[in-house]
Design a protein. Structure first.
Length: 557
């Protein structure tokens, strides 16, 4: 029968014999139990197959090494193979499978064994002879602890970059710390806003704690000590620690059977957010100074991460409030301009009524009506831009939509001597949103009118159908001053207007939203000469026949 002898580590000198069945090696197994802290609870398994014995790693934290080489799959063992698990070195010897490559005599003196070394293994150590004490073990344990600590820090850096909430952050921190410290309990406590009470946020327990119901009770003396000194506290022997010992056997340390405790503050910039409390109830789970230093670092990094989350959320709230305030101020300013226009028209009407001057009354009413139209258009654009809109699809003749829009602007164009020409090509009836298209075309035509306002302006509106791509194109071109490259980049941004007080900055933003809801596109072109050209394309869902004679012919308005 094969025998495993511990040559090196806290269990050195112990031997274990396999009795023809598989054998699990680990800290929490009844087959071959090691007290090595670098060994996982179920670290590796050796089992017989076809007259030989094989070893496989059970996804352990620190890996399994045979003769200095890490194994990734089941490996056949030979007589005299050396197995490293954590900081322990085990010798496998079985006369029945000796392969003839070495001395087949039983190995009785572990001091004569030389350990295989793999130069590529960052944790391996060359041992010429086993000392009688554990000095070599301590060195290797320290090296393993360093590697484990760096692994933990690496995982922690990853969660700092990905955690979006405090809850997610604390849960991931708890999982990593619980696994690395091998604690019986891990509790993360939050300090309330007044700094008076500690509130449990996250708790982790190992199931094998005396089969008792998990408790989140912690030592008030230890936690208060940490809050007072704002630094970590280590109790290697909690019950006998004079700093926290009491004469009562009913205090939390005695009642919970705590043997070792680490408690560290979660803080950033001297502000304590809470505590990280880990304890152990088992003799082989005593914490050390290295683990305390690691826990203190984790507590500080967690505090910085929480502080960053708070700052990020505060910045988002500030930006949201600033954006809301800016929007309200902008809209209020424009509404005031509209109301002032109506007020001016009303005053002109009152003067005309008092003097019985019909021309003055008519002039004031035109001013009122124009601002009413602007207010309705402004309200429509706000509703369109601010909420999700479902297009009402029906059969639409876009040429009729264009004509209706131009009839609404005819009076204003005559007053300003603005000439609008149309060239409406034959279009198929298509399924679209009449009201949405009406708002889009109206916004674009109003933009063109405002662009040429105060001068002998000229606007050209054309429609055409492209059978190759099955799209209808609506083009509105003006001979205004054009648009600068800087303004062109933001022309469809909400509340961005290049017309000063005359524009709301919502018209084109709302138009773009409507067009995209209809699976269309809207773009702006600036020709080399003066002017601007807005082009809207809408997919034609039907190419049914239509009567060209019924299509409006090109005319002037």
């Amino acid at each position: 029968m094969p025998t495993l002898t511990v040559l090196y580590g806290p269990d050195h000198g112990h031997s274990f014999t396999a009795k023809g069945e598989s054998l699990v090696i680990g800290r929490s197994t009844s087959d071959l139990q090691l007290s090595d802290s670098g060994c996982s609870r179920q670290h590796a398994r050796i089992q017989p197959s076809s007259g030989y014995w094989y070893i496989e790693d059970l996804h352990s934290a620190n890996g399994t090494y045979v003769n200095g080489h890490g194994i990734n799959s089941a490996l056949r063992l030979n007589h005299g193979d050396q197995i490293r698990i954590g900081c322990s070195l085990l010798l496998f010897h079985d006369q029945s499978i000796w392969d003839g490559n070495g001395d087949s005599s039983e190995i009785n003196n572990a001091a004569d064994v030389q350990v295989h070394q793999n130069s590529d293994d960052p944790i391996s150590t060359t041992i010429k002879a086993m000392p009688d004490d554990d000095e070599g073990y301590a060195d290797n344990a320290s090296h393993t602890q360093t590697v484990s600590s760096w692994s933990m820090i690496d995982q922690f850096v990853d969660i700092l970059a990905t955690s979006q909430s405090k809850e997610a952050l604390l849960n991931r921190v708890a999982d990593i710390v619980m696994d690395q410290l091998q604690a019986s309990r891990l509790i993360i406590l939050r300090l309330d806003s007044r700094g008076d009470d500690l509130i449990p946020e996250v708790a982790r327990f190992r199931r094998e704690i005396n089969n008792q119901k998990p408790s989140i009770e912690v030592s008030e003396k230890i936690t208060q000590r940490v809050l007072d000194i704002r630094d970590g506290v280590l109790c290697s022997n909690a019950i006998g620690d004079k700093r926290f010992a009491t004469n009562s056997s009913q205090d939390s340390i005695h009642r919970l059977g705590l043997r070792s405790v680490i408690c560290v503050p979660i803080l950033a910039h001297d502000h304590v957010f809470g505590l990280l409390h880990a304890d152990s109830t088992t003799a082989d789970g005593l914490f050390n100074e290295d683990q305390l230093r690691l826990a203190v670092a984790i507590g500080r990094m967690t505090g910085i991460a929480i502080d960053n989350i708070d700052l990020r959320q505060s910045r988002m709230r500030t930006e949201r409030l600033a954006a809301t305030g800016e929007t309200v101020a902008y809209l209020s300013h424009h509404m005031r301009n509209l109301l002032q226009g109506m007020q001016s028209g009303a005053e002109i009407v009152e003067i005309g009524i008092g003097r019985e001057e019909i021309d003055r009354i008519r002039s004031g009413w035109q001013l009122i009506r124009r601002n009413i139209d602007r207010t309705l258009n402004f309200a429509s654009n706000m509703l369109t831009f601010s909420k999700k809109r479902e297009p009402y699809m029906r059969e639409v003749n876009i040429n009729l939509v264009v004509e209706e829009v131009l009839s609404l602007t005819q009076t204003h164009c005559k007053e300003e001597s603005i000439r609008i020409e149309t060239s409406l090509g034959p279009l198929p009836p298509l399924a679209s949103d009449f009201d949405g298209l009406h708002q889009v075309i109206h916004n674009i035509v109003l933009n063109a009118i405002q662009a040429v306002d105060g001068r002998q302006g000229h606007i050209q509106v054309t429609t055409r159908y492209d059978a190759a791509c099955e799209k209808v194109f609506i083009t509105v071109a003006d001979n205004g001053p054009g648009i600068s490259e800087r303004q062109l980049e933001h022309i469809f941004d909400a509340f961005h207007s290049g017309k000063g007080h005359a524009g709301t900055g919502l018209g084109l933003a709302a138009s773009k939203k409507i067009v995209e809801e209809l699976n269309g596109t809207i773009r702006v072109e600036v020709p080399p000469n003066l002017g601007t050209r807005m082009i809207v394309s809408i997919p034609a869902t039907s190419t049914t026949s239509f009567n060209i004679d019924q299509t409006p012919k090109p005319d002037s308005a």
